[in-house]
Design a protein around this ligand. Structure first.
Ligand SMILES: O=c1[nH]c(=O)c2[nH+]cn([C@@H]3O[C@H](COP(=O)(O)O)[C@@H](O)[C@H]3O)c2[nH]1
Length: 374
């Protein structure tokens, strides 16, 4: 039963939990960390590491997407970022990393005014494809109709449609909005859509035929969506609600399993592990990967919303550099700040709860520890 709190006489609100508010409870039965599997699968694509890189210029370049694939994870390139607007984005990446906080947003807006080139979309996709890794690229719902045929022809394996909030029923008076259900049905490539953060939003996205749903809304370390729009969905509750939507959708669809990918705000290995324990199949990481020595942002971090021409909802932030991409994902770690060896942490948590694979780990016991008491 949903617990509602009275905010004032005329307004009630639901109590919702962040990942900081919950913790995994170890069980009586433990296992050796070496004996657990962290593998997951979306459509026909299998991965040893349940991590997608966020389509943010500070995180994913063609080179880091290839490295992600080599490490058993999945890189997602932003096709509206610097790589598809400029032949050589390196000088701009260097400049953005060095901008001072006061001028960063305005300069980002200028830099991203440069039009997107379909030729560069094709070139970047081919570059990743030629390396032999799974190719995943992201477009916003607004740009999907414009560029999807270029993307599909260039040979993408997984198509990500990401906006702060994507709904199956976008109502728009000025132009024909993207009809997700028709689009996904007509496309031969599996599609991941999001973000959604509630039961109704998620079940509608599942009914479009999506292979995966991104869960998150206004999260992310570089996000200012909460302070700008007043919108945010606490992640633990959002994942648990979407898991329930999937259960119902599986019943109504005769067993179609849609992957749930938690997206935003999992900058520590503990929050990454907890997202999976809440029922996510995989996690999309920005901040954690922006801290890699190879990260294009060089310790700076910014996302798509930060460059919005009239209402930026994210900022260029500093996250620092801690280790190589391989060490951040697979270890070893020489730090105790939960920023390195995410898969090592996951293996240990799975071992201490006695689960051998991620599907079963989703059923582990958790407790609620409101963060102000932690
Ligand atoms: O509301 C938002 N405004 C933003 O400016 C922004 N930038 C990134 N994102 C989302 O954050 C995710 C990465 O999160 P982390 O850096 O915390 O790992 C990404 O995968 C995005 O979903 C944003 N959300």
């Amino acid at each position: 039963m949903t617990q509602e709190i009275e905010i004032g006489l005329g307004k009630k609100g639901r109590l919702a939990y962040t990942l900081d508010d919950v913790a995994i409870i170890p069980s009586r039965r433990t296992r050796d960390p070496k004996d657990v599997s962290t593998a997951w699968q979306i459509d026909a694509y299998q991965f040893d590491v349940p991590v997608l890189s966020a389509p943010m210029d500070s995180v994913t370049s063609p080179a880091t997407a290839i490295e992600m694939g080599r490490l058993g994870a999945l890189g997602v390139l932003d096709l509206e970022g610097l790589w598809t607007r400029y032949d050589d984005p390196q000088p701009l990446l260097d400049e953005i990393a060095d901008l001072d906080d006061l001028t960063a947003t305005q300069r980002l807006q200028e830099i991203y005014e440069q039009p997107i080139s379909p030729e560069l979309i094709t070139q970047r996709i081919r570059e990743i494809r030629d390396s032999g890794v799974t190719v995943a690229c992201a477009l916003s719902p607004q740009r999907t109709q414009e560029f999807y045929s270029t993307v599909v022809e260039a040979g993408v394996d997984l198509f990500v449609i990401r906006g702060t909030a994507v709904s199956a029923e976008h109502v728009c008076e000025n132009h024909e909005p993207l009809n997700l259900k028709k689009f996904i049905y007509d496309l031969d490539v599996p599609v991941v859509v999001g973000g959604a953060a509630s039961y109704p939003a998620a079940i509608h996205l599942m009914r479009t035929g999506a292979a995966g749903v991104l869960v998150g809304f206004g999260g992310g370390a570089a996000s200012t969506t909460r302070t700008t729009l007043g919108v945010q969905a606490p992640m633990a509750t959002a994942i648990a609600d979407v898991v329930e939507a999937r259960r119902d959708y599986m019943d109504e669809s005769g067993g179609r399993y849609v992957q749930i990918i938690a997206d935003g705000g999992m900058g520590t290995s503990g929050s990454f592990v907890k997202a999976l324990a809440m029922g996510a199949d995989a996690v999309m990481l920005g901040t954690a990967l922006a801290r890699a020595t190879q990260a294009p942002g060089k310790g700076s971090h910014w996302g798509a919303e930060a460059r919005h021409p009239s209402l930026p909802r994210g900022r260029r932030t500093q996250v620092g550099t801690v280790a190589s991409l391989e060490e951040i994902l697979l270890g070893p770690s020489h730090r105790a700040d939960a920023s390195v060896n995410f898969i090592g942490a996951l293996r240990r948590a799975m071992a201490s709860t006695g689960y051998v694979d991620l599907k079963n780990f989703q059923h582990c016991d958790v407790s609620v520890i409101p963060s102000h008491r932690a």
